[in-house]
Design a protein around this ligand. Sequence first.
Ligand code: 13P
Length: 339
Amino acid sequence: MNTSNLLQTVNSITTQGKGILAADESAPTIKKRFQAINLESTEENRRAYREMLFTTPGLNEYISGIILFEETLYQTTQGKKPFPKLLAELGIVPGVKVDKGFTPLANFSDDNITQGLDGLGERLSEYKKQGARFAKWRAVFKITAHNPNRIAIKSNAEVLARYAAICQSIDIVPIVEPEVLMDGDHSIERCRDVSLVVFHQVFHALFKHKIIFECMILKPSMVIAGTNAQLKATVNEVALATLNTLYETVPAAVPTINFLSGGQSSELATTHLNAINSLATKKPWNLSFSYGRALQEHALKTWNGKDENIPLAQKKLLKRAKLNSLACLGKYKPEMEKE
Ligand code: 13P
């Protein structure tokens, strides 16, 4: 392990006012996204879509890292430039999603476990040759009256820590992503209770596995009421609950926390990030974004699979990237949406 290589990667990503674009949708997920615009998920369509995103003029002003799906790591622009090379030339750090998705945790109904540890070291070495400098692994926790079970939390935390240890051992910065899902009708208080235990167990496992906290990125969900909750939390309640939960569970040695958007609308994800950064309390970490849907949704709809829509779609992506950049600085205002 070479700590200075890891720190260099973390520092490049943790530029104030910049965040991560999550463009690592797996084959089934991108198929679902393309279905919404009536587009077949062929390898060429996936390549063309990612080229549209990555060649957005000015993207590197607001985006410091992009998470790629494995397939994309080996794809090229129409002009035959490998995507990781294109991004590196733009000063955007290329990374890769390395988990293999989740599967039901046997004996624990409604709980899941993320897969992909077998052969991970070898895969990572190959991805590194291809230009990846960081990786991502997502664990999901569904809230019901009885879930997540403690065993599911502990098992996923353990797997996240083993993944992170393998990454750091070969100079790849791990993004550790524990996602408490928004699906359901639970209250913000219930989300806070679950998130507290999940984040605590994740950091306990990371500590036991000797992870260097300075050389990792945390990608958590925000503390928020369920999508079908009768009582929605206010923006300020979400910001406070999220920050307080992080204070109680995340060491100050972690340099940056980059939230996922998790199904929030693009505007709400920006509003929440801005509110978190606007709270007049001390924040030991950089607080930024690693959004998938909340950055891409407008751009994808505008693109609609057609070349002639590329310039407008890129403008939509750039706008969301810029507004989220402002939210990192607590300088976003809702009226900017109309500009
Ligand atoms: P969303 O922001 O759409 O939740 O995606 C982020 C991500 O990388 C999920 O793993």
